[in-house]
Design a protein around this ligand. Structure first.
Ligand SMILES: Nc1ncnc2c1ncn2[C@@H]1O[C@H](COP(=O)(O)OP(=O)(O)OP(=O)(O)O)[C@@H](O)[C@H]1O
Ligand SMILES: Nc1ncnc2c1ncn2[C@@H]1O[C@H](COP(=O)(O)OP(=O)(O)OP(=O)(O)O)[C@@H](O)[C@H]1O
Ligand SMILES: [Mg+2]
Ligand SMILES: [Mg+2]
Lengths: 222, 222
């Protein structure tokens, strides 16, 4: 389903050259549940942005569902991002002037879903992450863990076939983390693919396979 | 050192009333190392903002070092915040247009420290969190865990007597978390007070005392 070959991502900061991804190969099949681990700065978020079609590599190839992503037009890419992929950002990326419900409803506007249906579906998903009583709060009126759960809800709202979650439980207590992990387990049971970045071994243990990165490459895979 | 009595913080969102703090009492003595835990939304960050003089309660009192904080002038409060307290925010709060080094140097400008000394001290603290090679990167050129460590470094740079750290290891792998926890242990050994919010039991175990919140009050304290 997802095939990355010799991915490189190189940044230049002043005279410094940073190899965020340094020749990375990875295959992920449909309906797999993969945990992605590795030290801070090892390239996990950079890789997730490639897999989620949010960024393109300096070199190397990425084939998604048989299509070479670098060959796709902007419209086709935007369509894939909106309908096929649900992305939970490490820093949430919520819109500050909109409520939790409006933030979660956002992907459905692009898909042309009517307002009443959007609000109803957003409410449903927010209830699944325990935030039924916070729907009208804006991000600055929410706790850190509540914002994180709004980000999770927004990623799930279009029922995408691929979930890319970058440290989705980093700000959650154990009980709430387990609720979120239950959701991801249900998503996989429904036939979808889940890739989640975590630095907690307990969370990684919920996945079937753990890929570990170091210095922009795959160090181990089991 | 820190004495909170019957703290209340009430928010109004539309018709909804939220009791973020609901009559909270807490005493913390000089040189203590306290872990603050509790479910997402239980009031930890709200309490930390009170203790750090960043926000004032709806009612109740907070006495810091013998002074009633609600009686202090803005200047006196700003002075305490800058010299006495180091705050690590749950969402980092770095300035996006400044480098890691400039962000860490910021508290020293207020204190009137000269530029060469500021840059040298900022470099020293960034090295302590393993970011010597990322000093010239801006926040959007850093990984999530690197930003978190810049936030930690900024809190330590003025060698404050009270460290308030709101989930300082949430985005860090185990090895890097231990490095940061070592720093906090050193700070306490130097005679200072450390209060840290975490949802990880292993991290809380590094403290001498764990205060657990639920629904805006102290549920247990050991
Ligand atoms: N400005 C605000 N307006 C309305 N409600 C708020 C506001 N700020 C916080 N809250 C609410 O107050 C409660 C406590 O928030 P707080 O940020 O202290 O929780 P927390 O314990 O730090 O949670 P987390 O572990 O998720 O970071 C939450 O339920 C939150 O929705
Ligand atoms: N825009 C950029 N410019 C320069 N360097 C960058 C940029 N973005 C990321 N980097 C560097 O690339 C490396 C990989 O970053 P990435 O965000 O993928 O790490 P990560 O594995 O997600 O780390 P963490 O666990 O801390 O979130 C880091 O060392 C970072 O400093
Ligand atoms: Mg990351
Ligand atoms: Mg919080």
């Amino acid at each position: 389903l997802l095939q990355a070959r010799n991915l490189r991502k190189t940044y230049h900061v002043g005279d410094q050259v940073v190899h965020a991804l340094d020749g990375l190969d990875l295959d992920i099949h449909a309906n797999e549940y993969v945990a992605l681990m590795g030290p801070s700065g090892s390239g996990k978020s950079t890789l997730m942005n490639m897999l989620g079609c949010l960024d393109s590599p300096t070199s190397g190839s990425y084939v998604l569902n048989g299509q070479d992503v670098s060959r796709l037009e902007d419209d086709a890419l935007a369509d894939i991002r909106n309908r096929e992929i649900g992305f939970v950002f490490q820093t949430f990326n919520l819109l500050p002037r909109y409520t939790a419900q409006e933030n979660v409803a956002l992907p459905m506007i692009y898909a042309g879903i009517g307002k009443a249906d959007r609000m109803k579906r957003a409410e449903e998903v927010l209830a699944q992450v325990g935030l039924a009583d916070r729907m009208d709060h804006r991000p600055n009126e929410l706790s850190g863990g509540q914002r994180q759960r709004v980000a999770v809800a927004r990623a799930l709202v279009m029922r995408p076939s691929i979930i890319l979650a970058d440290e989705p439980t980093g700000n959650l207590d154990t009980a709430t983390s387990l609720e979120v992990m239950e959701l991801f387990a249900d998503i996989q049971k429904a036939g979808n693919t889940v890739i989640l970045v975590t630095h907690e071994e307990d969370i990684a243990a919920c996945a079937e396979r753990t890929v570990r990165l170091r210095d922009g490459r795959v160090e181990s895979d089991s």
